[in-house]
Design a binder for this molecule. Structure first.
Ligand code: HEC
Length: 151
């Protein structure tokens, strides 16, 4: 699972480089909260996967731990939703063409949708589905960065 992080880290690195070339007043003055939250989700998923391998816990103990992680995933997904919403509100300030703005908004909405899905899956203890959703979410991150990290 840790391997999945490498492309994201690579993207962060590239973004870090490109942000320094940005004119002031764009997104650069704000840390990308959506990215921090996503990292938190991935860390949680890793811990959750670790739990599945834990041999010395009883089924009951494992269940308690899973519920605790589910709670944290829900919180992180909530913040991710807020961040995606904030990202979409900034679209107009980024000096994009109407067409670019549309593409940008489609992707912020996709991110919001995926955060909602994650929340529902955690609420219903559908832990196996969560890693699939995180995988799709990563594609959304990459799709947007591929198109827009130059702005
Ligand atoms: C709708 C477009 C879009 C989506 C979707 C998106 N990002 Fe971003 N992201 C951006 C933009 C634009 C920036 C540049 C912000 C800046 O320059 O300050 C950025 C910046 C970042 C940064 C750099 C932060 C910094 O302060 O240097 C990271 C890391 C990052 N995103 C990770 C992610 C991850 C992980 C996801 C998926 C959960 C994601 N992004 C989804 C548009 C997006």
């Amino acid at each position: 699972m840790n391997k999945c992080l490498y492309p994201v880290i690579a993207i962060c690195f590239m973004l870090g480089c490109s942000t320094s070339q940005q004119p002031p007043g764009l997104l650069a003055e704000q840390p990308a909260l959506h990215a921090l939250q996503d990292q938190a989700l991935r860390d949680l998923m890793d811990r959750m996967s670790g739990l599945m391998l834990e041999r010395f816990m009883t089924e009951h103990e494992m269940d308690i731990e899973r519920r605790k992680y589910a709670r944290q995933i829900i919180d992180a997904a909530n913040t991710l939703q807020t961040s995606a919403d904030a990202l979409s509100k900034r679209a107009a300030a980024l000096g994009m063409t109407a067409e670019e703005q549309n593409a940008f908004l489609v992707m912020t909405h996709k991110l919001e949708h995926q955060a909602t899905l994650l929340k529902m899956q955690a609420e219903n203890n559908r832990f196996n589905a969560i890693s699939g959703t995180l995988h799709e979410m990563k594609s959304t991150c990459m799709a947007c960065h591929t198109l827009f990290r130059k702005i």
